[in-house]
Design a protein. Sequence first.
Length: 254
Amino acid sequence: MKRILFPTDFSEIASNAFVHALMFADSLGAELIVLHSYELLQFDEQFFHENYSMIYDSVQLSQLDMFREEVPKLRHLAKALVNDKIKITHRLMEGNLVTTIQKAVREDKIDFVVMGTAGTTGWDAFFVGSNSGSVLLGVEVPMLCVPLSAKYHSIANIGFTTRFRAKDKKPLEMVIELAKKLNAKVKCLYVKTTTSDVSIETINLWKKEYSKDPLSFYIEVNDAIKETVLNFVTNQKIDVLTMLTYKRGFFEEA
């Protein structure tokens, strides 16, 4: 059984993403693990010697109280949407967001992470400056980032950006497998810039290799990579866009 990790701070952004996580888990017959993490404030004990442990205890208790208050709300929503068809486990962990998610991914053998994002303006601000962006660069499993404005509906078209490199094939095949389970199509985009070095022969080999899969290729000649990707998402009615980080920026040519 697949396992999906859903980190939450119980905010409106997270609540919206929880619906996506629930429906995604239901579609895959997966288990959903809900994680709430919190950081203890760092104090200099020499200035807070007498109240040091009291401050920490107070923070921990307040987080535990919030956890106890919010978890039943999530369970109520899950029952309403999927009628308790999926297994949901809750975890409360102390530590920073990226570290606790990395730990949960290892310990719970997570296959996917679903997380809400504030949807900050600008690609760079989102992928570099947001919590979701930090997590995205810190975990080794696929991650679905859900903006607050994205309301759930069934997935029909999955976009995949590629540079036709050998290391793109494994994640592409994971996306194809996912698409088959969701009865969706994969639309693979390559933005060919003036500095691109991918040959027509390579592209044709890929087309032949995946000819029996629910996959189509789109080659766009344009140096404006970001704008081209955004237009592709709109024109092809992409529901979920999958991209590889390469441990660098999404739109950088390497």
